[in-house]
Design a protein around this ligand. Structure first.
Ligand code: PNS
Length: 169
């Protein structure tokens, strides 16, 4: 599908296991800049996750419901193939610190080389510069308070999931 130049679409891709307040900040700001923002969850069967892809999609749908121009989807394979199939011309990525930039720049240049799809970087709100899903999961696993780092519904679901896991192990 070729991108419709009258509809400015961007994709915010990621694992979102789980979505954090940092992700939500970027998604909300992107929603003000583009006509349509697709939050695309990578289906990665090799990576062990706290939430299934469907659970992540459900949580994302709930926490982005206040943005009428944001929709949530899942994809597998190359991100650029997903963009081409959906007429998306821009990949939007949040950058927390210089350390993110090194990796993100390589991916952006690779994606541009593969399919001519550009990546735009948006600096995260400094309030969230240290936030990462992996750290939030680790803090929650060891009983730390991560309630200010994720939306309330995600916080509640994480506590439930960790309790379920602890009961099983
Ligand atoms: O939240 P994450 O795990 O940092 O997100 C990484 C993601 C999903 C954006 C990245 O791994 C990705 O785009 N994967 C899809 C496969 C792909 O296109 N690989 C080539 C990258 S140049």
């Amino acid at each position: 599908m070729t991108a419709d130049p009258t509809i400015r679409k961007a994709v915010c891709p990621g694992s979102f296991d789980p979505v954090t307040n940092g992700h939500l900040d970027i998604i909300g700001r992107a929603a003000q800049l583009y006509d349509e923002v697709v939050v695309a969850v990578l289906i990665n069967k090799t990576k062990s996750s706290l939430f299934t892809v469907q659970e992540r999609l459900d949580l994302l749908t709930e926490v982005t419901s206040k943005y009428p121009n944001v929709r949530v989807d899942a994809f597998h394979g190359l991100l650029v193939d997903y963009c081409r199939a959906n007429g998306i011309a821009v990949i939007l990525k949040g950058i927390r610190a210089v350390s993110d930039f090194d990796y993100e720049l390589k991916m952006a240049q690779m994606n541009r080389g593969l399919a001519g799809i550009d990546t735009l970087f948006m600096p995260t709100n400094p309030e969230y510069s240290f936030l990462a899903s992996s750290l939030v999961k680790e803090i929650a696993t060891y009983g730390g308070d991560m309630s200010s780092m994720v939306p309330d519904v995600v916080h509640a679901r994480m506590l439930e999931r960790i309790e379920e896991k602890n009961r099983r192990d």
